[in-house]
Every structure is written in structure tokens, then in C-alpha cells.
Design a protein around this ligand. Structure first.
Ligand code: WTA
Length: 649
């Protein structure tokens, strides 16, 4: 089957969908020609405490830069996700929590979630947290992380969720950057039967921070493991909760008040704290969740993303809860205890909508049809994919084997910075092409430019930019607004640059080709080559390192590290293992290098810039067509590298 094979919208889906093809056309047109009117209309899905006076005041021009939506308005995110559902669906399940070990699901109703969130909001207040404070959450995939996020929003505190797979070093730099004095964590996390020492990692991170440090740690007793305890600083979650009142009025927050910070990797330097604000983000998450997944009241929805990433924020927490949806939250990994786990969860909770990542799909696909052996799967209606390009082979497998040829797949392109889904099919409106994210969502104006910034028309391939603002977009980088403007709005003047390349076909469909900068996407985890390089060179025997991505069957991209050792050090198997462990310790297991390539020298220009283009090609065993080598300081380096690569592979 060719990649361009067209899957028409199943009539049964179109018939009952929120949006069919004519409606998509009409609404998309309206959203582009009259954005203020369109978004004012959509803003009715929010419960406002104070009405807004202006819809959109935005400029991407670096001279008069500004992004403001729904100015003058006030609202509370937790009230929109909880309180307003109590009248109609207090007893409906909000979260079905499925533990790492099978067989112990917990149902939490909207009423219970509301009460827990109020309690924890009071706990935070008692601990001295006030509006505008940053609370770091370093948590496993347990309901308490959702409770803590919503509790922050209830009192106007800003959460910063740090993925539980990050090392103490990575955690400490994120805590230090946003200056939070309080961390919420658990004794341990559980993944695939293994224990993750979260509390011990927090202790180590605080140690690293020294006196700029955190003065409060709230610990959820999840596994009950014995953990070190500092009575002046550490608090037991249950104890605090048992003393807290279940009533806490939601604070009226300005539309543009910061809602959360989420760290993500860029092409240079340390991860940046992306800042999202209140009204625009919530509205965009809720609208996209409803329309992209065609979520219908009463359906059960499962987003497999970890809460430590943006997908977890927008599509496990805020979008679904704003829409009053029943969501599955799963603590573990797709293939534990075995490859049928996802299918079992789908069947046991009758999941209708499944939103997952290509890396999980490829891991299942690698075992043929074993992943669905003995499964029913008939509850499924809509499938979704996000985080990285999905290759047509994996798309087709997902469609046939998991979706039984019946379920539309929404391949959703977006980023931490965009807050919500940007380019995507709508199940009732868009004919699908495997591997294409298809068309822009309402209010989104994608375009392609060449490297000089010239707009490309019609069928073309180039850099993907966005011409105008949308409500969900990030507003800043924490503590460094000029870096925000510099990173996203200066490469091409007056437009938002995504960092991705894309192709637009004759039907106007977009095909994301991947990052055009030095950002890797490993199993859907976004990582900067610069971070991994600085971890490597921090090892005392390493002189220099350059990291590139290399195609990987399951992970999408693998990490290929060129390493030059100090003159007096010989490469060895034990040093290779040590370096791999070192990077895991510095950043976390997601940054584990797949290959260490010892080399005596890296290809550099005369001005000393590493020519990554060459390194990428050699890592991919593409020895031909290395392009212009005339600017290399020492052209002989290339032959050495090729010979070394031949020996490795
Ligand atoms: C990539 C994840 C192709 C892209 C939501 C983007 C995708 C980066 C897709 C953002 C997709 C995300 N097809 N590539 N459907 N979705 N990407 O910030 O390179 O973790 O720039 O947000 O993932 O990663 P992030």
C-alpha cells in the first residue's frame, strides 16, 4: 500500500461527529478571516468569573512583540475542570487509575477529585504557598499528581512538573531555574515492576542545590518504601490531607496569569522553562480535545502520555477534565507484564478513544499481532498519535491491528510551545493519508519558507512556520523573555518558527519531516544534543563530544555520540559502559546513548564549528554525498570517521 493511499472518512463517523467536512471548511475559514469573532464564540466553553474585554492583542513583530488573549477576563482553571461538572456529573468517574501491576484499578469521581483538590489546595496554603509561587511536582503517574496540579491552579500557584525519569541533576537544575521552594513527590514510582527512587532523587537534587534550596517536600506514600526523612523539611501527604478542609474557594485568575512552567529542550543550552498562561491555554486544550478526538459525552478516553510532558498536561489533565470526560491514567509501560497490556486496559475499561505515541505503536508492531492476541478491542472508535513522525508502516499496523480497520487515526502535530494540537485530521472531516498530519486546526495558519525566509506556495518542502497567534501558544521562557523572542520569532522575521521541516502536497496536506535544528526526538522524548554533549564532556576523561540522531526502528531516533577522549586515555569497553551510565546519571535513562563512537577528531570548520551535517550522514552510513567539504579545517578527519564507523557497524 502506498503512503499516499487515501482513507476516506467513514460515513458512520462523519454522521455523528462534532465536525464534518463542510463544517470544518466553514469554521476554518471563519477562524482565519475573523479570529476575534471565532475565538469570542469559542470562549463560551469557559466559565468566566469576569468577562474579558478584548479577545486578541498579538504581534509577532520583534519590535512590538506581545501575545495577549482574552484581556480583562478572569477565571479559575480548577473550577472549570471540576466545580462546574458537579451539578451534572458529580458521580461520573473522572479518572480510572490503572496501576503498574494489573488488576487494581481505582475509579475517582468528579466529586471525589474536587474534594481532594480542595484539600490539597488548603495544604499548599498552610505550607505558605501563595499566588505566583512555583511548585515543583516530581511524581509518578498516580492521581495525586493531577490533584496537585489542579490544587496549584485553584490558588494561583504555578506548577512545574518534572518528568519522574529525570535524574537528580536534571531535577535540581529545573528547581533552581524556577526558584521553587516546595516539591511534591512520592516515596517511589513503579514502572514495569521496577521501583524509581523519587524521594531519594529529590533529596539528592536538594543537596546539589545547596542553600538556594527547597524548604518543603511533601511526600505521597505510594509504595510504602522506607525513605530518608528530614523532619524539618519533609511532610507526609496523607497526614497533611487528613487535617485539611475539603472546601477551598477557587481564586479568580487573570486570563494571562501564568498557569504552569514546563521545561523542554532546545537546540542550545539548558532546557527552557516554557510558560503557559490561563485562559487561552485552557480554552485551546478543551476545544482541541473535544474536536480532534471527537469526544462525545460518556466516552472513555485514554492518553498514554506521561504527565511530565506537554501531552500529559493538555490531553491527560486539562483538556479532558475541562470537557468532563472519563479518562484512564496508567502508571506503567505498554509492555508490562507483557505486550498485551495495552489491549487489556482497553478492554477492561472499554476505552473508546486511544491517544498514544509512535514509539509505543512500533514496540507493539515489532511483535506481530501478539499485542492484540485474545483481545476484543471493539470499544475503540478513534485512535490518535503524537510526539514524532509516524511512519506509514506503523500507521497501517495501528489502523488494521489495533483499530481493526474501523477507527480513524488522528496524527496530531504540535509542540510544548504550542500548548495544543496544531495540524491534525478531524475524525469526521478529514480523509487520511498514513504519515501525514494533514490540515491545520481552527485558527492555525501554517506556512513553509525556504532558508532565506521566502514563502513557498503550493506543493513545497521547507521550514514550518506559523503566521499568526493562537490562544494556546506559550507566552514566554521563564526568566528569559528575550530568549523566547530570539528563539521563536527571530529566525524568520515576524512569524513563529517551529524548528520542524515539513512538506505540503498537492492536496494541501502537511507531512512533518522532523526537526531541522539540533533537537532529537527519542521515543517521543524531546532532547537537545547540546545537553547530552555537555553531560559527556563533564566526564573527566572526555575531551570533546558531538551527538547526532540516527534512525532507530522502535525509538524513531537513537542517540549517536562521537567522543574524543583526553590524550592520555585509551577507549575501552569498560569506559564505554561507564560513559553510558554517566549520561544516565546526569540526565536520566531517556538520554542513554545507543552508540559511542570513539574518534580522534571531529570535523570542524576553520572557525571551529562542528559540521554536524557530516556527522549525521556518517552515523547513518551514508558515506556518499557528504556535501561541500571545502570549509573543513582538516578534510582527512572525514576518512578517519568513515573508517571508524565501518569498524563499529
Ligand atoms: C515532533 C510533543 C511529526 C516535532 C507534542 C515537534 C511530531 C516535537 C508530531 C515537539 C507529529 C510532535 N508528527 N512530528 N504528529 N508531533 N512531533 O515539545 O518535531 O515534546 O517539534 O511536544 O515533536 O515535541 P514536544
Amino acid at each position: 500500500m502506498s503512503a499516499d493511499h487515501l482513507y476516506p472518512v467513514p460515513p458512520a463517523v462523519a454522521q455523528h461527529a462534532h465536525i464534518d467536512a463542510p463544517r470544518y471548511q466553514a469554521l476554518y475559514q471563519a477562524s482565519i478571516s475573523h479570529p476575534e469573532q471565532f475565538w469570542a464564540e469559542q470562549a463560551r466553553r469557559i466559565d468566566w468569573m469576569t468577562a474579558f474585554s478584548q479577545v486578541k492583542q498579538t504581534s509577532f513583530d520583534t519590535e512590538q512583540f506581545g501575545i495577549q488573549w482574552f484581556t480583562g477576563g478572569q477565571l479559575n482553571v480548577s473550577a472549570n475542570c471540576l466545580d462546574r461538572h458537579l451539578a451534572e456529573r458529580a458521580e461520573q468517574t473522572a479518572i480510572i487509575w490503572e496501576a503498574d501491576e494489573p488488576g487494581s484499578a481505582i475509579h475517582i469521581s468528579y466529586r471525589e477529585l474536587h474534594a481532594q483538590v480542595c484539600r490539597f489546595a488548603n495544604v499548599l496554603k498552610q505550607q505558605g504557598v501563595v499566588q505566583g509561587d512555583v511548585v515543583t511536582l516530581y511524581m509518578p503517574m498516580i492521581p495525586e499528581v493531577v490533584i496537585a496540579m489542579l490544587a496549584c491552579t485553584r490558588i494561583g500557584a504555578i506548577h512545574s512538573v518534572v518528568f519522574g525519569g529525570f535524574s537528580p541533576e536534571a531535577l535540581s537544575s529545573r528547581i533552581g531555574d524556577c526558584g521553587s521552594r516546595i516539591v511534591v513527590t512520592a516515596d517511589e514510582g513503579c514502572r514495569a515492576g521496577r521501583r524509581i527512587p523519587l524521594k531519594a532523587n529529590v533529596d539528592a537534587a536538594i543537596e546539589l542545590l545547596g542553600d538556594r534550596s527547597v524548604n518543603q517536600v511533601i511526600v505521597v506514600r505510594h509504595t510504602g518504601a522506607d525513605v530518608a526523612w528530614d523532619a524539618r523539611r519533609d511532610h507526609d501527604y496523607d497526614q497533611l490531607m487528613s487535617r485539611a478542609e475539603a472546601h477551598c474557594p477557587p481564586l479568580a485568575m487573570d486570563s494571562e496569569a501564568p498557569l504552569f512552567i514546563l521545561y523542554t529542550s532546545g537546540s542550545t543550552g539548558q532546557p527552557k522553562g516554557i510558560v503557559h498562561t490561563t485562559a487561552g491555554y485552557l480554552l485551546y486544550a478543551a476545544l482541541t480535545h473535544e474536536t480532534v478526538f471527537d469526544y462525545q459525552p460518556g466516552e472513555t478516553y485514554w492518553c498514554t502520555a506521561d504527565v511530565g510532558w506537554i501531552t500529559g498536561h493538555s490531553y491527560m489533565v486539562y483538556g479532558p477534565l475541562a470537557n468532563g470526560c472519563t479518562s484512564v491514567m496508567y502508571e506503567g509501560v505498554p509492555n508490562y507484564p507483557d505486550i498485551t497490556r495495552m489491549a487489556q486496559i482497553i478492554d477492561s475499561h472499554k476505552v473508546n478513544i486511544l491517544y498514544t505515541a509512535p514509539t509505543a505503536i512500533r514496540a507493539m508492531m515489532a511483535q506481530g499481532d501478539a499485542a492484540v492476541q485474545g483481545a476484543d478491542g471493539s470499544s475503540l472508535r478513534i485512535l490518535g498519535s503524537a510526539g514524532e513522525p509516524i511512519n506509514p508502516e506503523a500507521w497501517n499496523w495501528f489502523h488494521q491491528t489495533v483499530g481493526q480497520g474501523r477507527c480513524p487515526i488522528v496524527d496530531t502535530w504540535w509542540q510544548t510551545e504550542t500548548g495544543g494540537i496544531m495540524v491534525t485530521p478531524l475524525p469526521g472531516a478529514t480523509a487520511l493519508k498514513p504519515g501525514s498530519a494533514t490540515r491545520p486546526f481552527f485558527g492555525v495558519r501554517p506556512a513553509l519558507v525556504d532558508n532565506e525566509g521566502q514563502l513557498l506556495e503550493g506543493e513545497a518542502e521547507g521550514n514550518l512556520i506559523l503566521l499568526d497567534s493562537w490562544p494556546g501558544q506559550a507566552r514566554s521562557i521563564h526568566g528569559d523573555h528575550s530568549r523566547f523572542i530570539e528563539t521563536y520569532f527571530s529566525t524568520f522575521k515576524g512569524v513563529y518558527f517551529t524548528g520542524d521541516g515539513a512538506r505540503r502536497d498537492a492536496d494541501g496536506y502537511y507531512w512533518i519531516t522532523g526537526r531541522v535544528d539540533d533537537v532529537l526526538n527519542v521515543s517521543g522524548h524531546r532532547m537537545g544534543t547540546a545537553e547530552i554533549e555537555s553531560a559527556l564532556v563533564a566526564h573527566q576523561q572526555v575531551a570533546e563530544a558531538a551527538v547526532v540522531g540516527v534512525a532507530h526502528d522502535i525509538k524513531g531516533q537513537g542517540i549517536y555520540a562521537y567522543v574524543t577522549l583526553n590524550a592520555d586515555v585509551q577507549p575501552s569497553e569498560s569506559l564505554r559502559i561507564e560513559l553510558i551510565q554517566w549520561v544516565r546519571r546526569e540526565i536520566g535513562p531517556i538520554a542513554t546513548p545507543d552508540c559511542i563512537h570513539w574518534t580522534s577528531g571531529l570535523p570542524k570548520t576553520r572557525s571551529g564549528k562542528i559540521m554536524r551535517r557530516i556527522l549525521r550522514k556518517i552515523a547513518a552510513a551514508e558515506y556518499e554525498g557528504l556535501g561541500d567539504l571545502s570549509t573543513l579545517a582538516d578534510p582527512a578527519v572525514v576518512d578517519h570517521l568513515i573508517n571508524e564507523h565501518r569498524r563499529i557497524s
